[in-house]
Design a protein around this ligand. Structure first.
Ligand code: MD6
Ligand code: FE
Length: 206
């Protein structure tokens, strides 16, 4: 099974179209989540307004503001708990992680990121999670994008990995803290999502 997938680095696997069969259900559940906790462009501690619009579902959600980055169980926009993580998200996360060699992964946070044309994510590490033994499961929906998968130093030139609707990338173990990012989204029209890309990033945050 694993050799049908592409290894990006030890502990990092690209599984093309892994989420494609469930994508209609994922999008339907996503709509219910973002109806309650809308996508919004957050501002970093440095005062930079992110080009990517974000929301969360699950027991806790990732936020950034003048106080910095953190996980919080309350959505600052609604002052309510984040919407529960749909069972289809958690199940796909567990299944993808298992296929990549990380059994028993149970995500408690799902970061939702919406990229419109021109939106990008600069090289960063996902290191705000308490549990760094669990992998990141990243699901791409909608327009294609170029994912940047780097090393353990920001200066290390990243691999450019084209990602399309339904592709899933899992990174953990020795790759858990690799730098990664997304190139500015090229403008196009996707039959299900229109002019945007959505990324679902499943983690065990606490
Ligand atoms: C991606 N996203 O969109 C990769 N990291 O393919 C991320 O690396 C990411 O969307 C932290 C928070 C939100 C994200
Ligand atoms: Fe990330």
């Amino acid at each position: 099974m694993q050799n049908e997938h592409e290894q990006l680095a030890p502990g990092a696997l690209l599984m093309r179209a892994f989420a494609a069969p469930q994508s209609a259900l994922l999008l339907q559940e996503l709509q219910q989540v973002t109806a309650r906790s809308p996508l919004r462009r957050m501002t970093t501690r440095g005062g930079y307004r992110m080009s990517v619009a974000m929301s969360n579902c699950g027991a806790c959600g990732w936020v950034t503001d003048a106080r910095g980055y953190r996980y919080d169980c309350v959505d600052p926009l609604t002052a309510a708990c984040w919407p529960a993580m749909p069972a289809s998200f958690a199940k796909l996360g567990t299944c993808a992680a298992g296929a990549a060699g990380f059994p028993d992964f149970v995500p408690d946070a799902c970061l939702i990121s919406r990229y419109e044309p021109g939106a990008r994510l600069s090289l960063h590490q996902d290191r705000d999670e308490r549990d760094l033994d669990s992998p990141i499961v990243s699901i791409s929906l909608g327009l294609p994008a170029v994912f940047l998968f780097g090393g353990h130093r920001r200066a290390e030139p990243p691999r450019r990995v084209p990602l399309a609707h339904g592709d899933v990338v899992v990174w953990g173990g020795p790759s858990r803290l690799r730098f990664h990012g997304v190139m500015p989204l090229a403008d196009a029209e996707h039959p299900l999502l229109g002019r945007c890309r959505v990324n679902l990033s499943l983690r065990k945050a606490r």
